[in-house]
Design a protein. Structure first.
Length: 165
């Protein structure tokens, strides 16, 4: 007999993909739209999209409206379970360049995105998980707007980073 979690995971659809493998040099800044706005570009038939970023090298900050900037270091994965718009940057308070739109980046689907002012480097892998609304309600509904986990130092983290590379 299946338990409730097994049945739920069998019934829902969960897919994921990487959409940007980036190397930024300071100063740099990128404004990510709300996941509802990004979903049609990333996974058109998904009921829910959860965006995540893995810092592979260097450090950066993530800014979310109403919260203090959060410094991220290599090995940090940050995700936005409720789909909040957010800003990733080399430092707090930077403004994204005009005309930098997700659809323009995705139209090119670069293997490696290189951008910035030539200063301190940061490596980022940006991806998403797409799922149906039931899974989102059950597993993500109680999480805060921003979740950060550092994956360095463990077998799971080594596997994740090797897989993403």
């Amino acid at each position: 007999m299946m338990d409730a979690l097994s049945e739920t995971l069998r019934a829902v659809r969960l897919v994921g993909a990487i959409f940007i493998n980036a190397r930024f040099t300071a100063p740099w800044c990128y404004q990510s739209p709300h996941a509802d706005a990004a979903a049609p570009l990333l996974e058109p038939h998904a009921e829910r999209v959860v965006i995540f970023h893995l810092v592979t090298d260097g450090e950066c900050v993530v800014e979310l409206a109403g919260q203090a900037p959060l410094r991220l270091v290599a090995g940090d994965v940050v995700m936005f379970p409720q789909g909040h718009a957010h800003r990733m940057a080399s430092g707090p308070g930077l403004t994204p360049p005009r005309g930098a739109r997700l659809q323009d980046v995705l139209a090119r689907r670069p293997l490696k995105l290189l951008h910035g002012g030539g200063g301190r480097p940061t490596g980022l892998v940006c991806g998403y998980l797409a799922c149906d609304a039931r899974l989102a309600r059950m597993l993500l509904g109680g999480l805060p707007p921003l979740v950060r986990v550092n994956v360095r130092g463990g077998n799971a983290g080594a596997w994740l980073e090797a897989s993403l590379r």
